[in-house]
Design a protein around this ligand. Sequence first.
Ligand code: IMP
Length: 422
Amino acid sequence: MTHNIVVGAQWGDEGKGKITDMMAREADVVVRFGGGNNAGHTVIVGDEKYELHQVPSGILYPEKMCVLGNGVVIDPVELAAEMEGLEKRGVDLDNFYISNTAHVIMPYHKKLDRLEEKRKGSEKIGTTGKGIGPAYTDKVARRGIRVCELLPEEIFQEKIEQALDYQNLVLEKVYQAEPMTVKEVKAEYQASIDKISDHVTDTSILLDQAHREGKSVFFEGAQGTLLDIDYGSYPFVTSSNPTAGGVCTGAAVGPTLIDRVIGVAKAYLTRVGEGPFPTELQDEIGEFLRDKGHEYGVTTGRPRRCGWLDIPLLRHAVRVNGLTGLALTKLDVLSGLEEIKVCTSYQVNGKKIAEVSGTSEEYQPQYETFAGWDEDITGIRKFAQLPENAKKYVESIEKMAETPVEIIGVGPDRKEAIYRQQ
Ligand code: IMP
């Protein structure tokens, strides 16, 4: 019986889908604890490619219980569509549960997300436009609608009426936008509420039972540490806590139950959306990483910004998540580069800084240069068989991050990985 967490150690898109899929295989229960359909996990199983946005990746194993915890925000329309898509491909959803106290992303949240980005102009966050920020705003402002209030219909109707009293004021007076009607909001959501409602339950009790029965529970992180509302590069962050602490509040699990926390980091660094990125490469090496690593967002299709690995930021992720190990993904993407750089510290106003709790445009990265390798490493399954320079690169990262690299990703398929015995 173990309780393990996997979180993103960077700006999301670290290749967590593959690592979480591997971890899910060993667990009885797979839980998502935060975020919503702003996430996008790609899992490749043989010739099949699955793009999951809300449903935990454990769903691809029929015998697993999969849970969306109370910390998640749920878009019923998109969730229902995702569930239908999975069912069409033969995926069984009998063991899929949704927390009755998770908050609902409403149609006006999506509208407000886009309007606010437009209002900000050049200061925009670069959100996914899925209504995540406004949904969490309403949760904290104590005017949100929870999954348990989607039914019965009269309750939902009453909740929408109350919500629109406020939301229409904002739409009309702040954004000069069209107000929404109860009828249109209800009509947009009704069919999907029917689809998801059989899966709604008190997941806090469900997870407690699983624990008491000695089941292994795996908490699947979305986004990444640098997008965390507290520990990320604020304000260019998402509106939840995708870090390890988010498991306790977002899945109703006490910290004493957690055994391992694995942070997933790419062998380089990417970011979508706006905000500072000190090691960003706006040159042909950045292009090389984007093309070879297929660095385009799963949710929005946006090209990702690419750069060198940043150790001060990785150490920050180790610290705030209490990482017990690292999974280093996409090492194969670096094959063919003559030299690989790693940011080991920054220069700020003439001073060297090695420990940071965030990032800034003012940070001038200081690099250590490693020799690259040419070999295709996708077929390698043992650390000892990696090219010497690749081994040196990985060993230097674990030394600098003071955290063991337990898994190394060498290709997109779930089998293309090296497991190291620590
Ligand atoms: P939001 O979560 O849609 O509000 O977007 C806020 C910021 O988080 C933007 O920079 C997004 O690009 C980023 N973001 C949100 N979810 C993900 C993710 O799953 N991967 C990478 N970036 C994300």
